[in-house]
Design a protein around this ligand. Structure first.
Ligand code: NAP
Length: 291
């Protein structure tokens, strides 16, 4: 447990020279339906962000594509000037179209513009960590990332980005990025039911690089499985708490960024992630992604 956040489950992790709580917060769900437009409950969104920081969370994940611009502006309004301990992680590489799609935007000039827009909307002079978002809404897509990643490395040298990561990436793209410059995290889809990255997580853990699963609770479709229901019933817990506690048990380099637009759910998730899982529970849960 960290001295900074004795009350948060999982303690802390070092993203390069930045210490963050392993229990973080994903801000995507603060925008309107399908991550477009303003939230129905603006005051509620501000309250969730303030509560996250009050509860000791020092890692918030966002993107200027959420809304677009809505989520970053809410973060700024709720929390600026930011506490020194708070680290906001953003991503570039996609924009939004009028239908709510996520077309890729990874040309050098597009990436530069997105970095500038994130700085502006968040009210920052330096971004602590920028993930290059790869693939598309369907998932990772193979192919070289050199030109796009090198653009972010240039921006890092220019001093507007502190640390780099990749998101929605194949294992080969992670290795390609590492061959160009150090990364401090990989943010991919992973949860109890989606275990494609098991090998990658173990490799990154050995290299002290964080793995940040997006959709830790299943994202837009909550996790459902007979095994999860059985373990949940035995432990008198909720599926969300089992899913989060399992991720914390899975590997020490896993950082949580569950999303919620509700203060009550945020508190519930922090309490739930503390759940202790026995070897028997873990063995049973391990079968889910392989059912
Ligand atoms: N890199 C990428 O391409 C990428 C893609 C997707 C997401 N992300 C990041 O990952 C973060 C997490 O993903 P996510 O928020 O989409 O999915 P998630 O964390 O798996 O699930 C969020 C959903 O779970 C619900 N929920 C949360 N706690 C709950 C509780 N205690 N009881 C009942 N329902 C609960 C939320 O609804 P309520 O609002 O009602 O609580 C929301 O609908 C995002 O915020 C974003 O920062 C990154």
């Amino acid at each position: 447990m960290s001295a900074l956040s004795p009350s948060l489950p999982g303690g802390t992790w070092a993203l390069g020279d930045l210490t963050v709580t392993r229990f973080g917060y994903g801000a995507m769900q603060l925008a309107g339906p399908w991550v477009m437009g303003p939230p129905a409950d603006r005051d509620g969104a501000i309250a969730v962000l303030r509560e996250a920081v009050d509860l000791g969370i020092t890692h918030i994940d966002t993107s200027d594509a959420y809304g677009p611009r809505i989520t970053n502006r809410l973060i700024r309004e709720a929390l600026h000037p930011y506490p020194e301990s708070l680290h906001i992680v953003t991503k570039v590489g996609a924009r939004r179209d009028e239908q709510g799609g996520w077309p890729t935007a990874r040309q050098p000039d597009q990436l530069r513009r997105q970095v500038e827009e994130n700085l502006e909307s968040l009210g920052l002079e330096v971004l602590d960590l920028v993930n290059l978002r790869l693939g598309d809404a369907e998932g990772p897509k193979a192919g070289s990332i050199a030109e796009a990643f090198e653009t972010l490395v240039e921006l890092q040298r220019e001093g507007v980005i502190r640390h780099l990561g990749v998101s929605n990436a194949t294992a080969e793209q992670v290795a390609e990025a590492q061959g160009i410059a150090p990364i401090v995290c990989v943010q991919n889809m992973y949860n109890l039911a989606h275990r494609h990255d098991d090998e990658l997580i173990d490799r990154l853990a050995a290299e002290r690089i964080a793995y940040v699963p997006f959709f830790p609770l299943g994202g837009f479709s909550p996790l459902q499985s007979a095994t999860l229901s059985a373990v949940t019933a035995r432990l008198e817990a909720t599926p969300m708490s089992v899913a989060l506690a399992w991720l914390l048990h899975r590997s020490p380099n896993i950082l949580l960024i569950p999303g919620t637009s509700s203060v009550a759910h945020l508190r519930e998730n922090i309490a739930g992630a503390r759940l202790s899982l026995s070897d028997e529970d873990l063995a049973e849960l391990d079968k889910i992604g392989r059912e």
